[in-house]
Design a protein around this ligand. Structure first.
Ligand code: S3P
Length: 160
């Protein structure tokens, strides 16, 4: 299916959902978030899925969610979980991929306790930093566009 979706990728806390909601409003379309879709389909939180079923099970759910998006969703702004591009590298098949890049130190400054709490892979900051280093390259390779997401208005302008 030829889709005109915009897919926002980036590390946890890089502002995908915030930017995604603003863009959806600007383009007068819908916003989807794979984490929210998975939580509603499974009727469980991401934290509970990781705790009770493990990361591998979660990645399978993400893959299934992506397949649904690829086959059924068009003209939509989509935020994908930070790990999805790593496990679903064919992400471009569902739309134009934009990597919202934020330095790890800046992500740390922006995240509050509540936001850290709901992200199982952000519990250990040292490990999260290692994960960021590995993924930064992967996000960049898989992206059509890379935007340094330091200024919300500027990011929105660049995408529009
Ligand atoms: C994850 C990122 C999270 C969520 C899950 C795993 C990751 O999404 O999918 O906790 O592997 O980076 P956000 O990027 O929206 O925080």
């Amino acid at each position: 299916m030829k889709s005109n979706n915009i897919i926002l990728t980036g590390f946890m806390g890089s502002g995908k959902s915030t930017i995604g909601r603003i863009l959806a409003k600007e383009f007068n379309t819908y916003f989807l978030d794979t984490d929210v879709l998975i939580e509603s389909f499974e009727n469980k939180t991401i934290s509970d899925i990781f705790k009770n079923e493990g990361e591998e099970a979660f990645r399978k759910m993400e893959k299934k969610c992506f397949e649904w998006i690829k086959n059924s969703v068009t003209n939509t702004i989509i935020s994908v979980g930070g790990g999805l591009p790593v496990y679903v590298p064919e992400i471009k098949e569902a739309g134009r991929v934009i990597y919202l890049r934020v330095e790890f130190e800046d992500i740390l400054k922006r995240m509050n306790d509540e936001e850290i709490k709901k992200r199982p892979l952000f519990q250990d900051v040292k490990k999260a930093k290692e994960l960021f280093k590995k993924r930064d390259k992967i996000y960049a390779e898989l992206a059509d566009i890379i935007i340094e997401n330091n200024d919300l208005n500027k990011t929105v302008r660049l995408i529009k």
